[in-house]
Design a protein around this ligand. Structure first.
Ligand code: FES
Length: 158
C-alpha cells in the first residue's frame, strides 16, 4: 500500500468523488475501498453514509450482504471454497471441513497468525471441475485436502 498523507476518511471522500454522477455507485465504491485498504473498516461507514446521503444501516447492510466484502483485515492468503450445488455433489462439504481442520478456523475466519482467511462462496463459475477453490484469486479445480495444502505451500513460495 503506497504511503499517503490523506486520512482514511479523506480517501473515502476522494473515492466517492471519483464516482460522483454514476448510477448504482455503492458497490463500485465499496470495491474501491476494499482494494485500497484490504477491507472496509466499520469506522468508515458513517463518512461513507454521509457522502452518499444514505443511512449507516443501509451501507452496513450492503457490506454484510455480499461475501466479497470484509470488515476486518484478511490473512496473507485468502482461500475461497465453493459450496454450491455442483461442487457439493463432488465433495465440497468435506473440503470445507478439511480446510477448517487444516487451518484451525471456521469458514469466514482468519487464522490467529494472520496467514490464511478461509471463506465459503456459492459458485465460482468453475462448476465442471468441482470441488472448486480460489487461492488469492487464482482458480483451481478438483481440489481435495492434499491439493489445498500443496496450493498454500506454493503460495508461500510465490
Ligand atoms: S458450483 Fe462450485 S464452481 Fe459452480
Amino acid at each position: 500500500m503506497p504511503e499517503t498523507t490523506e486520512s482514511p476518511v479523506e480517501l473515502v471522500r476522494a473515492i466517492v468523488a471519483a464516482h460522483r454522477g454514476e448510477r448504482g455507485v455503492l458497490l463500485p465504491i465499496l470495491h474501491d475501498i476494499q482494494n485500497r485498504f484490504g477491507y472496509i473498516d466499520p469506522d468508515l461507514v458513517p463518512a461513507l453514509a454521509h457522502e452518499l446521503n444514505m443511512s449507516r444501516a443501509d451501507v452496513h447492510g450492503v457490506i454484510t450482504f455480499y461475501t466479497d466484502f470484509r470488515s476486518e483485515p484478511g490473512g496473507a492468503a485468502t482461500v475461497r471454497i465453493c459450496r454450491a450445488e455442483a461442487c457439493q455433489s463432488v465433495g465440497a462439504e468435506k473440503l470445507v471441513a478439511d480446510a477448517e481442520q487444516v487451518f484451525g478456523v471456521k469458514a469466514g475466519q482468519t487464522t490467529p497468525d494472520g496467514s490464511v482467511t478461509l471463506q465459503q462462496v456459492f459458485c465460482l463459475g468453475n462448476c465442471a471441475l468441482g470441488p472448486a477453490a480460489q487461492v488469492n484469486g487464482r482458480m483451481y479445480g478438483r481440489v481435495d485436502r492434499g491439493r489445498l495444502i500443496e496450493l498454500l505451500a506454493n503460495e508461500g513460495d510465490a
